[in-house]
Design a protein around this ligand. Sequence first.
Ligand SMILES: C[N+](C)(C)CCCC[C@H](N)C(=O)O
Length: 288
Amino acid sequence: MPAEEFVAGWVSGALGLVLGHPFDTIKVRLQSQNKYRGILDCAIQIYRHESVLGFFKGMSFPIASIALVNSVLFGVYSNVLLALTTTPHQERWTHPPVYMDVFIAGCLGGFVQAYCLAPFDLIKVRLQNQTEPRAQLGSPRPRYRGPLHCMTSILQNEGPQGLFRGSGTLMLRDTPTLGIYFVSYEWLCRYYTPKDQNPNSATVLVAGGCAGIASWVTATPLDVIKCRMQMDGLKGRVYHGLLDCMVSSVQQEGPQVFFRGLIINSARAFPVNAVTFLSYEYLLRWWG
Ligand SMILES: C[N+](C)(C)CCCC[C@H](N)C(=O)O
């Protein structure tokens, strides 16, 4: 049933997110603080000073929003594919859809999810970019006190459209790269699976992980620009649109600016998407 595809998308997204959150925390710390010498040093310092829990800071808001975002992505993807091919999920591997249909369904899924993700992603990025230490007496107070406060102040200062700042760039980032995501997953599964069989768990894990990397590698240039657009105007920098942001970023920092965070994004993408696809496939088989 189509609704099951949404629920499977939600649960699998949440599992992937929990697994990937430590990587995300390291990424954010490396991007916004200069006190770490690299990925390993950052991980060791977090563990020493904050224990394992330090890696899971700020996870509640993404967990709440992943329900909407991932169920929309997988739900729209599966249902568009169903409409294009009329093959139900149970027969997906015995009657495989053509790659063009997979790509179109993935792009549409990406397009719709981008607009659901936009406000949550904006709040996450704004909070992650606050480098002030935790509130101490006499220390400067951070602009936002938490996700809800961040949301209400954006609404007050910038109006409802403020919550969608950077959403056009987010849409450009996610539409083609989620097409690539599902095509790479399908291609790898088919490549390693004998004809007319379901892919086994190891295949699903590796194909899901690699699909995540392929998608993030292609998404990283616009990911950098999207982040800057979401911070537009806050740190004294004002961009006149997407193109201006791209041009001035390259002028100031060289073309390598488009690859910021690529390694940690890819390291995070493998486990997150391996688990996402494994649980998605198993939930649907279990219900099927
Ligand atoms: C399209 N883009 C690369 C941005 C995301 C693709 C993978 C989505 C997954 N929920 C994750 O967080 O890794």
